[in-house]
Design a protein. Structure first.
Ligand code: PMP
Length: 427
């Protein structure tokens, strides 16, 4: 049996870990079956505990721009570990990573390192609220900003201006301060500003959405939000946890030519170690403790192993700016191949892509917001996912997630994946 050891490990894990995992999407809830347990990985591939090999199209959900066990990152982490794994005191290394990040990303003069994308987004909205003296934020249905309470909000029934908690444990009080807009719908944002005059601290969004599959912003959408924020004194926050250092060295701001006031990072900036960050102009960042009154802290923030990995990653990007066009052509190649086999298969589908983010929706509608992303045929997705898995191709185990390509993927890997898709769709 192909997944025998993984099944045993999942049963064992489920006795001591809720749902057998430490993050829900890993549990294969929406595709069914047993999650594969990873033994080891290198480059574009990983091996599971049963010895099956896979071509990996999630790359740890984005961080591994150059593939698994990228030698400069492995070397940096190993070297740093021998000199101590955590101090809770400042190191020169943190400043080095900060200087490099600040030099790569437009509009950022100061940056604060944290330990996850969730922490980055949670802290950046506190800063925006502290800076503006306002309490409400606007977020978009289908955009994910981690699991802080303020973001676990869905559109309330009927009313566009009021959100409601989408997880037990999130209070109604919290929900009242998160306003829900529709992605790629500027009018919905305008409506919220009009209904809440002078109350909106910030608009936060994924400049290219990756949490309802990949959904690029339509022309004028981000420009319009930029203008609404400027006009009303609200801050525009780009959540670049996925897009930062992936779409370009300067992230989506550079790739799309739009400036945010504050930016949240995660994933690539940590090179596969637990890192998040947020940054902006010195004038806003100076409101953060200990320079200013907005509190934020962390025992392991700026951890030397994580900063060593981040520095190795950012240096590799700086030394090889061509990586982004290589990733783009690999993704375009995959796009073309999938387009071909999907057409042959004759099912309705939509492929969305931006840079090295791509997703397949089994839908007959344009996928441009959360509502249209939800029209995909989930049974078809499930069969496609398992068909690919059985052929050694690991895709995100949910129709609402984007693939993340990495630079270690070879032409052979891509051809194998396209052939696997042809087979999986035939089944
Ligand atoms: N923002 C975005 C856009 C994300 O995709 C994610 C996680 N996928 C987060 C924030 C949260 O990051 P983390 O899982 O590191 O807490």
């Amino acid at each position: 049996m192909r997944y025998k050891r993984s099944s045993e490990l999942f049963r064992q894990a489920s006795r001591v870990l809720p749902g057998g995992v430490n993050s829900p999407v890993r549990a294969f809830k929406s595709v069914g079956g047993t999650p594969v347990f990873v033994r080891e990985a290198a480059g574009s591939r990983f091996t599971d505990e049963d010895g099956n090999e896979y071509i990996d199209f999630i790359a740890s959900w984005g961080p591994l721009l150059f593939g698994h066990a990228f030698p400069p990152v492995v070397e940096a982490v190993t070297r740093r570990a021998q000199k101590g794994t955590s101090f809770g005191m400042p190191t020169a290394l943190e400043t080095e990573v900060a200087e490099l990040a600040v030099s790569m990303v437009p509009g950022i003069e100061k940056i604060r390192f944290v330990n996850s994308g969730t922490e980055a987004c949670m802290s950046v909205i506190r800063l925006a609220r502290g800076y503006t003296g306002r309490e409400k934020i606007i977020k978009f249905a289908g955009c994910y900003h981690g699991h802080a309470d303020a973001f676990l909000i869905e559109a309330g029934s009927g009313a566009v201006t009021f959100g409601s908690p989408n997880s037990p444990g999130v209070t109604q009080g919290t929900a009242r301060d998160t306003l829900l807009a529709r992605y790629n719908d500027l009018e919905s944002v305008k409506g919220l500003f009009e209904a809440n005059p002078g109350e909106v601290a910030a608009v936060i969004l994924e400049p290219v959405a990756g949490n309802m599959g990949c959904i690029p912003p339509e022309p004028g959408f981000l420009e319009g939000i930029r203008q609404l924020c400027t006009d009303s004194g609200a801050l525009l926050i780009f959540d670049e946890v996925m897009t930062g250092f992936r779409l370009a060295a300067g992230g989506a701001q550079e790739a799309l030519g739009i400036s945010a006031d504050l930016v949240a990072f995660g994933k690539v900036i940590g090179g596969g170690l637990p890192v998040g960050a947020f940054g902006g102009p010195a004038e806003i960042m100076s409101h953060l403790a200990p320079e200013g009154p907005v509190y934020q802290a962390g025992t392991l923030s700026g951890n030397p192993l994580a900063m060593g990995a981040g520095l190795a990653m950012l240096r590799a990007i700086e030394a090889d700016p061509e990586v982004f066009s290589r990733l783009e052509s690999k993704t375009a190649y995959l796009h073309e191949g999938l387009e071909h086999v999907l057409q042959e298969a004759g099912h309705p589908y939509r492929i969305n892509r931006f840079g090295s983010m791509i997703s397949v929706h089994f839908s007959d509608r344009e996928v441009r917001d959360f509502e249209s992303a939800a029209t995909g045929n989930n049974d078809r997705f499930r069969n496609y996912f398992h068909g690919m898995l059985n052929r050694g191709v690991y895709l995100p185990p949910s129709a609402f997630e984007s693939y993340f390509l990495n630079d270690a993927l070879t032409a052979e890997d891509l051809d194998l994946a396209i052939d696997a898709a042809a087979g999986a769709l035939k089944d």
